[in-house]
Design a protein around this ligand. Structure first.
Ligand code: ADP
Ligand code: MG
Length: 261
């Protein structure tokens, strides 16, 4: 597993031409409620093209809900989100989700399909590509994440780390402008976490715009261009990793860091 984990990062480094065209996001006064429960209370956030934004904060602070608003898995009730300057509220959700990919904590792979088929399915079903082209792209993306030799395995025959890399390959295959990651290493055995984080760091280096909800403070410090601390549906503090981790301003962030670091 370890050799295989590192393989993915190496392969990408060998392809200097394979840069991504990351898009920008502008979140403006975003509000969202589940029924009576106000979960996002006016979130503002700017994400530069090709940057990595890590979102940290206590459980229940609205991190997942914010990500879900960004590709409209849930509908905001106020405010707006601009993707490359264009309101996502004016887009068809299916179209938006081709441009803004998402990777989840529990992989969400189809258990009865192989790794290759899992990556191919969104290309044939959502993008409407012919099977041969979908297969060519899917194989290339699985190779990028170091899983060429595992392409015919079903999820049950793969480690958690490998399954998560299939999910990342599936997101990449759609050629999104932004990828959202929601605690993607939280369900992994500790020894598999590093490989997935290294792959994500590598995507960031290659210019993918990424918004990453994570408890991995080491990753946030090492990889993020911007760290955003959320609490109770608001952005309490945002800044460089140095500003957030070394010079936290608000008592709430200071308390949070004291608990998690
Ligand atoms: P986080 O990801 O930071 O833990 P969430 O965005 O998942 O926070 O949740 C924010 C708040 O919204 C919490 O109080 C949670 O209980 C509530 N919530 C999340 N999902 C739902 C849902 N589908 N229906 C009702 N309430 C929800
Ligand atoms: Mg969450």
């Amino acid at each position: 597993e370890e050799v295989d984990e590192l393989d993915g990062a190496k392969r990408m480094d060998q392809k200097p031409g394979a840069g991504f065209k990351g898009g920008s996001l502008d979140v403006r006064n975003l509000g969202m409620a589940y029924g009576e429960l106000d979960v996002l209370k006016g979130v503002d956030l700017s994400v530069r093209p090709g940057s990595v934004t890590c979102i940290i904060g206590p459980s229940g602070s609205g991190k997942s809900t914010l990500l879900r608003c960004l590709n409209r898995l849930v509908e905001p009730k106020a405010g707006d989100v601009l993707l490359d300057g264009e309101s996502i509220l004016a887009m068809k959700p299916e179209k938006l989700r081709r441009r803004v990919g998402m990777v989840f904590q529990h992989f969400n792979l189809f258990p009865d399909h192989t790794a290759l088929e899992n990556v191919m399915l969104s290309l044939t079903k959502i993008k409407g590509l012919p099977k041969e082209e979908a297969e060519r792209i899917a194989k290339a993306r699985l190779a990028d994440v170091g899983l060429a030799s595992r392409q015919h395995h079903r999820p049950s025959g793969l480690s958690g780390g490998q399954q998560q890399r299939v999910a990342i390959a599936r997101a990449l295959a759609m050629e999104p402008e932004v990828i959202l990651f929601d605690e993607v290493t939280s369900a992994l055995d500790p020894e598999l976490v590093k490989g997935v984080l290294n792959l994500m760091a590598d995507l960031g280096k290659h210019g993918m715009t990424m918004v990453v909800v994570t408890h991995e403070m080491g990753f946030a410090r090492r990889v993020a261009d911007q760290v955003v601390f959320m609490d109770e549906g608001r952005v309490v503090e945002a800044g460089t990793p140095e500003a957030i981790f070394d010079r936290p301003q608000s008592p709430r962030l200071q308390r949070f860091l004291a608990e998690v670091l």
